[in-house]
Design a protein around this ligand. Structure first.
Ligand SMILES: *[C@@H]1O[C@H](CO)[C@@H](O)[C@H](O)[C@H]1NC(C)=O
Ligand SMILES: *[C@@H]1O[C@H](CO)[C@@H](O)[C@H](O)[C@H]1NC(C)=O
Ligand SMILES: *[C@@H]1O[C@H](CO)[C@@H](O)[C@H](O)[C@H]1NC(C)=O
Ligand SMILES: *[C@@H]1O[C@H](CO)[C@@H](O)[C@H](O)[C@H]1NC(C)=O
Ligand SMILES: *[C@@H]1O[C@H](CO)[C@@H](O)[C@H](O)[C@H]1NC(C)=O
Ligand SMILES: *[C@@H]1O[C@H](CO)[C@@H](O)[C@H](O)[C@H]1NC(C)=O
Ligand SMILES: *[C@@H]1O[C@H](CO)[C@@H](O)[C@H](O)[C@H]1NC(C)=O
Ligand SMILES: *[C@@H]1O[C@H](CO)[C@@H](O)[C@H](O)[C@H]1NC(C)=O
Length: 604
């Protein structure tokens, strides 16, 4: 089932359950009037006026005259969070216990003893060993009263506003995942959000702040310089990812004893990017990678390329270094931490499902390619089309978003090394495979997985592969470019946007200065999130995540509303497309008869 259909189903189920509750409650005590608010608005961008509309609806007909006024606030907040080891603190390594593993729990590396994670895991939630800190940086907020004089809300009211943005580049909103599996090891995370809040005053003096949606900012870049080819050499290395897991560490140790690093070939990639390594969102990165190896005992087999987005956390890193955690950088950064992130963008093809009634939806996700390499063809030519919503390189207060082109090179070692690595013999390692293409094609006819007419793949390769990595630095700049340079929001004297009532945007006489306010989260709340106990033993994960009686920990989280409510940019695009297609505005009689004040539920 498509994700959005599922979401609709879930929403309507929740609404149904809610309406049952509402009805029963109603007979006992009348609930206070509730208000729902929506914003649709253009994304923000520098030196630009974003048009928008606020829609207000009350929960029941009796509430139609209960609202005295509604103001709309747009606020920009940033968040940073860190967990690091106190000076001198040591986390015990996972120990081999004196118990022999049962046959079922033997992993593919044939670890023959049970590993004991207890001391290691206990240390990860020991407050004596760790420092945690989380803070919000309220960058700016701007508000205006859009409805006053006790408006008649017997029908929903839609009222226009504008956001006048000075010539300043603010950061875009990037969707990233926060991996918080307890027990949490060294950790750095940051996020930011632009939220619309409806500030509702009722006639009885009560006030309520209602989340009305969120938006994003599309920074501009200076017109990029004339493209000059980019040529560089990069040496591949074993990234050593997941060395924190004892099984992976053991495998690396075994490989080193069966095939010492000095005996392996060294591989170097020569990269040519035709139009340079600065690329705009939505454009194509085009070039060639040639791999050369020394004649050690590993041979190259496959190369894959992928646009990788990295977020660095300079604030968290500085805190950790000042606090004496010298391992922090390696534990939270480096070659293993890239991801395929996207920025929020109303025109992203990911929203096409809303506009095009089509079943074969194409999502813009990972931009990647992979090809076989051999001594006769040691290069690949590629063209990677970047979607318009790949993250731009941008430095915000808590995080720096950077891009790179990640290359993964699969290299193959000999059958003898594989046998040394894998003492429990595998038949596939004993079968001699001819190097003759015609023989391999014949073999392919006796293998159900080989496409007809193709040579059979040597399955033993799967057990003889080591994946090396190297990065090509790439800078992604905005699809919207301007000729003049736009100040960055962290530069001194940066100006903040102004929200105004009505459709006519008046350029404010002067924009307000950015004056950020810092709010440090209460330590108890940060600890509740980052110091939870748990187990990192993979053998116990299944037990852990299948345990539905596990107490669901709903810790408060300052970022939980950063993308709350609807995405205003998508609702605005719906309005524009509905107008283009003659779907909207609706004829007056439909509005009168259709959009009346039905009861509604507030989603949680
Ligand atoms: C394993 O070690 C524990 C504690 O170190 C000990 O009590 C137990 O007798 C040992 N078991 C075996 C089978 O050696
Ligand atoms: C890359 O290495 C090759 C082979 O050693 C060399 O010919 C070439 O000049 C190098 N290119 C750069 C940009 O260093
Ligand atoms: C490459 O292989 C040849 C023949 O096996 C050997 O003589 C030579 O020393 C090797 N060169 C390097 C740099 O390992
Ligand atoms: C961090 O990783 C780099 C690269 O793997 C390594 O050279 C360095 O020694 C590591 N630093 C520490 C403190 O472990
Ligand atoms: C989907 O609809 C949008 C808006 O009308 C249009 O711009 C886009 O090209 C369409 N995409 C496809 C794949 O038809
Ligand atoms: C930038 O300047 C060039 C030449 O002066 C002009 O052709 C181009 O339209 C300008 N671009 C923008 C985005 O203003
Ligand atoms: C399941 O969770 C409950 C509540 O947290 C806990 O008491 C129990 O020990 C757990 N059971 C297992 C098998 O982990
Ligand atoms: C801490 O968390 C509690 C419970 O989730 C919440 O009610 C409270 O507002 C939080 N305190 C602060 C200072 O954030």
């Amino acid at each position: 089932m498509k994700a959005h259909v599922l979401q609709l189903l879930l929403l309507s189920t929740a609404a149904f359950a809610e309406s049952l509750v509402d009805q029963t409650d109603e007979k006992v005590t009348p609930e206070p009037c509730k208000v729902r608010a929506w914003v649709r608005a253009e994304d923000l961008s520098p030196d630009h006026v974003s048009r928008g509309e606020l829609r207000i609806k009350v929960s029941r007909v009796e509430c139609a005259n209960q609202v005295a006024s509604v103001a709309l606030r747009l606020q920009f907040d940033e968040f940073g969070e860190v967990k690091y080891l106190k000076k001198g603190a040591v986390i015990p390594e996972v120990q081999a216990s004196n118990q022999t593993a049962s046959v079922e729990s033997l992993d593919w590396m044939a670890n023959d003893v049970v590993l004991d994670y207890q001391a290691h895991d206990d240390a990860k939630s020991d407050p004596e060993l760790w420092t945690v800190r989380a803070e919000e940086r309220r960058v700016w907020a701007t508000e205006a009263t859009l409805l006053d004089n006790n408006p008649d809300l017997s029908h929903p009211i839609v009222t226009p506003f504008t956001v006048v943005v000075p010539a300043v580049n603010y950061p875009p909103v990037t969707t990233r995942y926060r991996n918080l599996y307890e027990p949490v090891p060294q950790h750095a995370f940051s996020d930011l959000g632009y939220r619309y809040m409806a500030l509702v005053k009722f006639v009885n003096g009560r006030t309520e702040d209602v989340l009305a949606g969120h938006t994003t900012f599309a920074p501009s870049s200076e017109t990029r310089p004339h493209p000059v080819p980019f040529i560089a050499n990069q040496t591949f290395a074993d990234p050593g990812c997941e060395r924190e897991y004892p099984t992976a560490r053991k495998r690396a140790e075994r490989l080193e004893s069966c095939l010492p690093e000095a005996q392996r070939s060294t591989f170097v990639a020569e990269i040519t990017l035709e139009d340079g390594n600065v690329v705009q969102q939505g454009q194509t990165l085009k070039g060639r990678v040639t791999v050369r190896g020394t004649n050690g005992s590993t041979v190259m087999a496959r190369l894959s390329l992928r646009l990788w987005s990295l977020s660095r956390h300079p604030w968290a890193q500085t805190q950790a270094e000042k606090g004496g955690d010298m391992l922090f950088y390696n534990a939270t950064s480096g070659m293993c931490r890239g991801e395929s992130a996207l920025v929020l963008d109303a025109n992203s093809p990911n929203f096409d499902y809303v506009f095009n009634d089509t079943d074969n939806q194409i999502f813009s996700t990972t931009v990647s390619t992979h090809q076989e390499l051999s001594l006769t063809k040691p290069y690949i030519d590629f063209e990677l089309e970047l979607p318009r919503d790949v993250p731009v390189d941008f430095a915000s207060y808590y995080s720096h978003s950077e891009s790179s082109m990640r290359m993964h090179l699969d290299v193959i070692y000999s059958r003898d090394v594989a046998k040394c690595m894998q003492p429990n013999s595998l038949d596939v390692l004993d079968e001699e495979i001819s190097t003759e293409d015609s023989v391999k094609t014949e073999e392919g006819l006796w293998d159900v997985y080989t496409p007809i007419g193709k040579p059979r793949q040597d399955e033993s390769q799967y057990y003889r592969t080591l994946t090396l990595a190297a990065d090509i630095p790439v800078v992604v700049v905005s699809h919207s470019s301007v000729n003049n340079s736009i100040p960055h929001y962290l530069s001194p004297g940066a100006l903040a946007p102004v929200l105004q009532r009505g459709t006519e945007a008046e350029k404010p006489g002067s924009f307000p200065l950015v004056e950020p306010v810092f709010i440090v989260e209460a330590l108890a709340n940060t600890s509740a999130r980052l110091m939870q106990s748990g187990t990192s033993d993979p053998a116990k994960w299944r037990q852990k995540y299948m345990n539905f009686s596990r107490r669901a920990v709903m810790n408060s989280d300052p970022t939980q509303d950063y993308r709350g409510g609807s995405y205003a940019g998508l609702l605005w695009r719906k309005k524009v497309v509905a107008e283009e297609r003659g779907i909207w505005p609706l004829p007056a009689e439909v509005v009168e008869g259709g959009d009346n004040q039905e009861p509604f539920s507030i989603p949680h």
